[in-house]
Design a protein around this ligand. Structure first.
Ligand code: PRP
Ligand code: URA
Length: 207
């Protein structure tokens, strides 16, 4: 499945401020929210619609409404900041949180939170996480969602390393990947270079 890198000027401009080491958490959170909305606008261009007739003050208009129900799946913690921006576009979306952190030594994903109901109530899931580094967290989340019964998944992130894209594509070739940038490589600690540092710490003022 395709990798989409947005070259939209608004996205690229906001990304440059987001990356800057001097951008403080309040501004950082605002930018994460705005970028998530802009990227999701592009990522949802192929959602299925159904015709609907709407009565305007003048007469009937032939319109379209979304046919598929959408679930937003932020990967805790860093994906949390993306939710508000996406919710503003699709306020009736359900939000299902998945808690995954990377073990600092092995860089392997560790799941610590999952409160999905037994049956999925949504047809399309947007996995939200700003960083696709080794790809372990994204793969683990897509595994969970597929085991849950979701068949249509899209990954919406901000910055990826080539390694993370390759890993996610190999494990889940049916999941399209939407990003603002693909960076050079991962460093020895698994950080994306040049990246933006730790997306969770920069949002929540930790670290
Ligand atoms: C970060 C980020 C991703 C993950 C990406 O989370 O938010 O979830 O790393 O790395 P990967 O592609 O190598 O799995 P982190 O583990 O730092 O947890 P946090 O969001 O709670 O800070
Ligand atoms: N997680 C982050 O927050 N940043 C990285 O560069 C890699 C993983």
């Amino acid at each position: 499945m395709a990798v989409h890198i947005s070259n939209h000027p608004l996205i690229q401009h906001k990304l440059s401020i987001l990356r800057c080491v001097d951008t403080e958490p309040k501004k950082f959170r605002q930018l994460i929210k705005e970028l998530a909305g802009l990227l999701t606008y592009e990522a949802t261009a192929d959602l299925v619609t159904a015709p609907v007739t709407v009565r305007t003050p003048l007469e009937d208009a032939q319109c379209f409404e979304l046919k598929e129900s959408i679930g937003l799946v932020p990967i805790l913690r860093a994906g949390l900041g993306m939710v508000e921006g996406v919710w503003e576009l699709m306020p009736s979306s359900e939000v299902w949180h998945i808690g995954v952190y990377r073990d600092e030594k092995t860089l392997k994903p560790v799941q610590y939170y999952n409160k999905l109901p037994i049956e999925p109530r949504v047809q399309v899931c947007l996995v939200l996480d700003p960083m696709l580094a080794t790809g372990g967290s994204a793969v683990a989340t897509c595994d969970i969602l597929k085991n849950w019964g979701v068949t249509k998944i899209k990954f919406v992130g901000l910055i990826a390393a080539p390694e993370g894209i390759a890993t996610l594509q190999k494990a889940h070739p049916d999941v399209p990947i939407h990003l603002a940038a693909v960076d050079s490589h991962l460093n020895e600690k698994g950080y994306i270079v040049p990246g933006l540092g730790d997306a969770g710490d920069r949002q929540f003022g930790t670290g």
